[in-house]
Every structure is written in structure tokens, then in C-alpha cells.
Design a protein around this ligand. Structure first.
Ligand SMILES: *Cc1c(COP(=O)(O)O)cnc(C)c1O
Length: 815
């Protein structure tokens, strides 16, 4: 007897793909299975849409230039509780579910933490049954695939759409025109009102591509709506002559370029013309779509902020403030004052960085040529803002200059963080320390003037993907120990605390960690040909490569440890495997050099017979969501070693903690809260705090002195200098060494000694297996507050005023 599920898979194989079982490849089976799962989501999706329309609910619109959603099949099976059924059905059809899961190409529509956060939040919104739409860009080429060739990063284009994707549904009818360039004219309309007409030089069409976002074990299925750019009309064949024909083709190409590629820079801004065009493009489409939904439900536009809460994920979508004003004033003919109240009630802004090089600004001439009407609106917003500042702080012209939306020093630039801030009723940072620093530094003047608008919402991650899906054996062990309640309320993990004292439970806990490490070790052997034992301490640093994240601090320690083992082979240490992963922005030379240093050290250490496999070093290529799912569960130690004050929150740190890794880290971002939750005795703390780091810098930091003082540090730097890790080439790492010795903006050398001492404490703790396991269990047990569900509840209550909506499936079930 074949199951309905199995029947549907075969039907999809034949009727949607024109294949029959005997010749079907794993790719074919994957797609047939994906369609089968998608069909089950579509019932919930249409039911959700209908419920939202009928009940006129408030919808959260999460505006983000990036959504790093990861592979979809596994998480959808989990949410729908279909994994067992799917596995059985595919087995009957001669297919292995895990093989099919591995076939999926993930949509790499994000760089790292920020894009992944957006994806986690969509997951939680759906799971908490909050009506929501994610709005973003359907990049044809997402973040590049990383390969390592001769130790260097090489970028390959990400062709995730090569075979199409079963998870999107194109909506050719949901499309909008977006203006670019041209000029504006003032006119008086028939009722004597002043109106501005924008005559664009060109228009681009945005078409909606929808990806369903299924909540965990609920009926709610929300949507991620991604915009693809297209030419307005395929050129008119009636009146073309040769010249116009080529012109028309070229215009079509330019239009289609807009959503072509994701900029691969993580923190610093690219500042590229096309990037601004992308931002305006997706924001304009999204706001026009929201107005369309208002119209469709016959709601007057005055009620916009009652129906939508729009969150700006960093400043990338912040032009939305000016665009909504344009739509309300120019197109819906609202008075400026009314439009401004609506706009500020609608938007809230999440800041993600304090790094000065990452703060977005756009040159005024560029903006004026591309978005002339928007610049006029920004000037008007600014005029009113500065009047208000002058009223509140008479005579304080320096304050006026700091708060202005326009940076007047040098060539004029528009400050997007200031625009996002004035246009929002709530502004939040992403961890307690970060929100404090935000109020004290870059947004200080705004926080002084509007203190009630500022708050903190510490980031979170989805426990569905990063615990239940990534680490199913651990999830099952937790189920057995404390029941199922933790799956929908992660704070219930607290109940594991008692089990930390149970030797049998600890043994089972260890066995699962060891098995996860064995799986990773297998993959390492297959992909890199490096043999690592799952009995080693797995010490892992995976994240974008960045000087502020200080992968080089980790490497310097490894070199010093290696040298110690060379000097005295009898030294007893915990055998350790140091694992790195992460992409460097293609134009970020120093980050690429840091990768080369890691692979150089790996080559020497792994092949040195004197080391006798006591330490291994490796760089895992192409760190993405799929890889992440096997890496986090295999970690014993989580490296969170950024310079204090630089990492806004971090979310990788939370994923490691949930999976029972101990953290070695600084007092930076959410590490501080992780340590508070875990208990300081269950966290390896080192380094300066943010205040000390600032103090050291302002008194004139001289890194070379630290190298002179510390023999291990000096020796490690000398080894690099002598070409030990560059096959004798003494020039290769020169820029990195010079940077550390003469500038060291992230205080690597200053923190080295304390880091090395802390690593020694890690080493000692590892020898007490039972105690280590106890600490591991306590870390998981106390990771509840880092669920994205907690974060989303805070956003709902404190920012969005959004409430759950029960989805009634009855009309849809029996179709
Ligand atoms: C979680 C995650 C990140 C963010 O890691 P951090 O350690 O917080 O910088 C980046 N990339 C991927 C693929 C992730 O899953």
C-alpha cells in the first residue's frame, strides 16, 4: 500500500517535471519531494492570507536587503512534522532522505549575521502566529561560493537558480514601477494646491517572487516577498529601427541588472551606485505593495500605521522614510504633517553597527541624479528637524551640524542612520552593551532629544533550525529528559539544570557530542583529507573574516602553542582541533591574508611529525547555513573573541551555546548576556572591556611594546616574519605584520597575553571530563533567552504592537 505522500511525490515527478521513476536523478527526486511539501504549505498559506484580509489584522513588514534563509526542505519538514512520513515514503521509492536534503542549493541572499537574523525572525514570526511579510531582493547571484586554492580564497559565482528553485512562486501580477533619474516640476493642481511631479529618466519594474515561511507546528504560513527587476516592457517591435532596437535591448539589460547580484561586503559599505539603486528599488516596490494591500481592503490611507509596522533592518532600507513620504504626499495627496505622523508611526529602525566605516552615507550629487524627488523630501525633513533642534537647544550650532541629515564637511553626504532615526518611533540596538554604546556615541544627540524612542532588543536565533534540525539527537535526548515543552518555549530548557548532576545523563550528552564531532570529522577527511579524531577538543571560530573579529588573535595563539610543543614534546596538552571558517569580502585584502595565514599555519602544523597529531588546524571552505548546521553541534569551544565594543551582538555565539559549546570570549555584544545567563563559572572570559579598550586607544596605543614584553608573542610574530607559514616567502604576510606592530586598530597584541592564559584554563578544564560536560549542559540549559521567539515577542510588545492571529484551516483542508 503506497501512502498518499508517496503517491504525491510520484505525481509531482511525472506531472510537474515530466520524469518517471526509473530515470529520475536525486535532483529530480529532491524537486518532486520539495513540491509535495510545498503543496502542503500552500493550503496554510492561502488560509493565512485569507484570515489576514478578512480580519484586517496589523501586519509586520520586515524590510531587509538580506535574508540568509538556508536550505528549505529540512526546516519545512520539521515545521510540518512530516520528516518521518517523508523518510518512509522516499525509502519505499528507493531514495535516502538525507541524500536528497544534501542536494538542495541554499539561497545565499545574505552576507552573514544580519541576513541570517532576518531569516530567524521570519521563522519566529510565523511560529508565534504573527501576521508578517518579509520584503527583500531576489538576487540572481547571492553570496559567492568560496574555494580555497593554494591556501587563498577564490570566489566562484553562486548560481543557485541554475536549476530553478521549487520554493518560490512568481506573481507576475504583483509588480510595480520604480522611477530613477530625471527631474521634478512644481505645479498647482485644479484645487490650487502645490504638487510636485517627478519625471523620471527611466523606470524599472519589480516583480514579486514569494517564498512561503511556515511556522513550527502551527497553521500560520507567512511570506517572504522578494523583488526581481525587469525591463518595463519588452521593446515595441512596431516602431523600431536599428538604432532604437539596440538602445532598447541595452535598457532592458540595465533594468535587469538591478537585482542581479548581492554585494559581498559584510560590514563596510560598498558605496556603489548600483547598491543605492537596489535599496530604493526594493523599498519602493515594498511600500507600493503595502499601499496596494490597503486599497484592496478598502482601508483609508490615513490608517496605514494601524495596519503595518515596518522594521528597517539596518540603514539599507532607510530610504523608505523618504519614499513613504513621497507616496503619501505626492501620490495620495496627504498634507505633509499628516504624512509625517503616519511615517514615523509606521517605521522602527534596528541599528547593527557602530563601526564608523560601516555607517552608510551617500554622496549628495549621486543621490540627486538618481533620486531627485527623494532628495527634495530629505531636505524638507531635515529643515523641519533642524528647526526643532534649534528650538530645543538654542545657539548650539555644533549639535545642529551633528544631527543634520546632511554631512556638510567636505563633499556633502546624506547620513542614512540619521534619516532612519528621525523617521522612526523606535530605535533599537541588538545587545545590551550595543544599545548603551549607541545612545552614548553615534546616536547620542538623538537619544538626548528623544530618549523614549530608544531601547534594546537583544538578538536571538531560531531553535528550530539551529537545535532541532541541526542536532536532532540532542533534541531527542532533551525530550526524554524534560518533555516536549521546551520546543515551543525555550526557557524550559532550564529544567536540564538538574540533569547536569546525573552521571548517566552526562554520559549520554557526551556520546551525542562525540557523534556530532565524528560526523564533522568524516566530512573533514572527505573534503580536506585531514584526519582528526573526535576525541580532540573541537575549538571553532566560524564567522565572516574581519579584523575586528580577530581571527588572527586565535592564529597567534595557535602558533605559540605549536612552538611550545616543538620546544618540549613532553608537554601535556589536551589534543585540540582548531577549526576556522568564513568568507572574506573579495576586496578586503587583509581578511584574505588572514585566511592565507590560517591555511599556512595548518599546512605546517598538520604535517609536522613532532606534533604527532596533538593539534590540528584547518580552514573549512564555504561557510554557509548548510555547513553551519553540522559545525555548531560539533563544537566544544566557541571562539567569540572580537575586540570589546566592536561586535554589535553576534548570533553565532548563541547557536554554539544552544548546542552545548562553552565560550571563550570577550565582554562584547551578546557575549556579556551569554555569560550572565550561563554563570561566570561556565564561561571563559578574557581581555579588555569596551571602556578599557577605548582608554588604551586614547592614551596612545603602541602595539610593538606588547610584542617586546611577551616572548611567546614575539616568537610567534617572528615565525611569521621568517616565512615559516608562507613556504619561505618573507613578503607575503608583511602587510599583516606591519599592521599588527605599528597600528593594530583592534588591539590584538594588547589582548594576546590574557587570551593565551585563558586558553590554558580551557586546556585544564578539558581534563575534567565530567565537569566539562556539566558546564556544557548548563550552557544549553540557560540558552533559553537567546531564542528568536523571545526577541520577536519583545519587538511585538514594545515596538510593533502586533498580536497573534489564529489561522482557521477548515475551508482549505479537504481540497
Ligand atoms: C550565524 C551565522 C553567522 C553570524 O555569525 P557571527 O558569529 O555572529 O558573526 C554568519 N554566517 C552564517 C552562515 C551563520 O549561520
Amino acid at each position: 500500500m503506497s501512502s498518499a505522500f508517496e503517491h504525491d511525490v510520484v505525481r509531482n515527478l511525472i506531472y510537474r517535471q515530466g520524469r518517471y521513476p526509473d530515470i529520475a536523478t536525486p535532483e529530480d527526486w529532491y524537486r518532486a519531494l520539495a513540491f509535495t511539501v510545498r503543496d502542503r504549505m500552500l493550503a496554510r498559506w492561502t488560509a493565512s492570507i485569507k484570515n489576514y484580509a478578512v480580519h484586517q489584522v496589523k501586519v509586520v513588514c520586515y524590510l531587509s536587503a538580506e535574508f540568509l534563509i538556508g536550505p528549505q526542505l529540512g526546516s519545512n519538514l520539521l515545521s510540518l512534522d512530516l520528516e518521518g512520513e517523508a523518510r518512509d515514503a522516499m525509502r519505499t521509492l528507493g531514495q535516502d532522505l538525507d541524500t536528497l536534503l544534501a542536494v538542495e542549493e541554499e539561497p545565499g541572499l545574505g552576507n552573514g549575521g544580519l541576513g541570517r537574523l532576518a531569516a530567524c525572525y521570519l521563522d519566529s514570526l510565523a511560529t508565534l502566529e504573527i501576521p508578517a511579510i518579509g520584503y527583500g531582493i531576489r538576487y540572481e547571484f547571492g553570496i559567492f561560493d568560496q574555494e580555497i586554492v593554494d591556501g587563498w580564497q577564490v570566489e566562484r559565482t553562486d548560481k543557485w537558480l541554475r536549476m530553478g528553485t521549487p520554493w518560490e512562486i512568481v506573481r507576475p501580477d504583483v509588480c510595480f514601477c520604480v522611477n530613477f533619474g530625471g527631474s521634478t516640476q512644481m505645479q498647482t493642481d485644479e484645487r490650487g494646491r502645490l504638487r510636485v511631479q517627478w519625471t523620471p529618466a527611466r523606470q524599472v519594474k519589480g516583480v514579486a517572487y514569494d517564498v512561503p515561511v511556515q511556522g513550527y507546528r502551527v497553521n500560520t504560513c507567512n511570506v517572504l516577498r522578494l523583488w526581481k527587476s525587469e525591463a518595463i516592457e519588452t521593446f515595441d517591435l512596431d516602431d523600431f529601427n536599428a538604432g532604437d532596437y539596440y538602445q532598447a535591448v541595452e535598457e532592458k539589460m540595465v533594468s535587469e541588472t538591478l537585482s542581479k547580484i548581492l554585494y559581498p561586503n559584510d560590514e563596510p559599505e560598498a558605496g556603489k551606485r548600483l547598491r543605492l539603486a537596489q535599496q530604493y528599488f526594493f523599498v519602493s516596490c515594498s511600500l507600493q505593495d503595502m499601499l496596494r494591500l490597503m486599497d484592496a481592503s478598502h482601508t483609508p490611507v490615513q490608517r496605514f500605521a494601524d495596519r503595518f509596522a515596518a522594521q528597517l533592518n539596518d540603514t539599507h532600507p532607510s530610504i523608505a522614510v523618504a519614499e513613504l513620504m513621497r507616496l503619501l504626499v505626492d501620490e495620495r495627496l496627504l498634507p505633509w504633517e499628516d504624512a509625517w505622523i503616519i511615517t514615523r508611526r509606521t517605521f522602527a529602525y534596528t541599528n547593527h553597527t557602530l563601526l564608523p566605516e560601516a555607517l552608510e552615507t551617500w554622496g549628495l550629487p549621486l543621490m540627486q541624479s538618481m533620486l531627485p524627488r527623494l532628495v527634495e523630501i530629505i531636505f524638507e525633513i531635515n529643515k523641519r528637524l533642524l528647526e526643532e533642534v534649534r528650538r530645543a537647544y538654542p545657539g548650539d550650532e555644533e549639535r545642529v551640524a551633528r544631527m543634520s541629515l546632511i554631512d556638510e564637511q567636505g563633499s556633502k553626504r546624506v547620513r542614512m542612520a540619521n534619516l532612519a532615526t528621525v523617521g522612526s518611533h523606535r530605535i533599537n540596538g541588538v545587545a545590551a552593551l550595543h544599545s548603551d554604546l549607541l545612545r552614548e556615541t553615534i546616536l547620542r544627540d538623538f537619544a538626548e532629544m528623544f530618549p523614549e524612542r530608544f531601547l534594546n532588543v537583544t538578538n536571538g536565533v531560531t531553535p528550530r533550525r539551529f537545535l532541532m534540525l541541526s542536532n536532532p539527537s540532542l533534541a531527542e535526548l532533551i525530550d526524554k529528559a524534560i518533555g516536549l515543552a521546551w520546543r515551543t518555549d525555550l526557557t524550559r530548557l532550564e529544567a536540564l539544570t538538574a540533569h547536569a548532576e546525573d552521571p548517566a545523563f552526562r554520559k549520554a550528552w557526551r556520546a551525542i557530542k562525540r557523534e556530532n564531532k565524528a560526523v564533522l570529522a568524516d566530512r573533514i577527511q572527505q573534503r580536506l583529507g585531514i584526519a582528526v579524531s573526535p576525541d580532540m577538543l573541537f575549538d571553532i571560530q566560524v564567522k565572516r573574516i574581519h579584523e575586528y573579529k580577530r581571527q588572527h588573535l586565535n592564529v597567534l595563539y595557535i602558533i605559540s602553542l605549536y612552538r611550545r610543543l616543538c620546544r618540549d614534546p613532553s608537554v601535556k596538552i589536551a589534543p585540540r582541533c582548531f577549526i576556522f571558517g568564513g568568507k572574506a569580502a573579495p576586496g578586503y585584502t587583509m581578511a584574505k591574508l588572514m585566511i592565507r595565514l590560517i591555511t599556512g599555519v595548518a599546512e605546517v602544523v598538520n604535517n609536522d611529525p613532532a606534533i604527532n597529531h596533538r593539534i590540528k588546524v584547518l580552514f573549512w571552505p564555504d561557510f554557509n547555513v548548510q555547513n553551519a548546521q553540522t559545525i555548531y553541534p560539533a563544537a566544544d569551544l566557541s571562539e567569540q573573541i572580537s575586540l570589546a565594543g566592536k561586535e554589535a551582538s553576534g548570533t553565532g555565539n548563541m547557536k554554539f551555546m544552544m548546542n552545548g559549546a562553552l565560550t571563550i570570549g570577550t565582554l562584547d555584544g551578546a557575549n556579556i548576556e551569554i555569560r550572565q545567563q550561563a554563570g561566570e563559572e561556565n564561561f571563559f572570559l578574557f581581555g579588555m572591556n569596551a571602556e578599557q579598550a577605548e582608554a588604551l586607544k586614547s592614551k596612545g596605543y603602541q602595539p610593538a611594546g606588547y610584542a617586546e614584553e611577551n616572548v611567546d608573542l614575539r616568537d610567534a610574530l617572528e615565525q611569521i616574519d621568517q616565512g615559516r607559514f608562507s613556504r619561505g616567502n618573507r613578503e607575503m604576510f608583511r602587510p599583516l605584520l606591519d599592521n599588527l606592530l605599528y597600528d593594530d586598530p583592534f588591539l590584538v597584541l594588547a589582548d594576546f597575553a590574557d587570551y593565551a592564559a585563558c586558553q590554558q584554563r580551557v586546556n585544564d578544564a578539558w581534563h575534567d571530563e565530567e565537569q566539562w560536560t556539566r558546564m556544557s549542559i548548563l550552557n544549553t540549559a540557560r540558552s533559553g533567552m537567546f531564542s528568536a521567539d523571545r526577541a520577536i515577542k519583545e519587538y511585538c510588545e514594545r515596538i510593533w504592537q502586533a498580536t497573534p492571529e489564529d489561522i482557521d484551516l477548515t475551508d482549505f483542508e479537504d481540497l
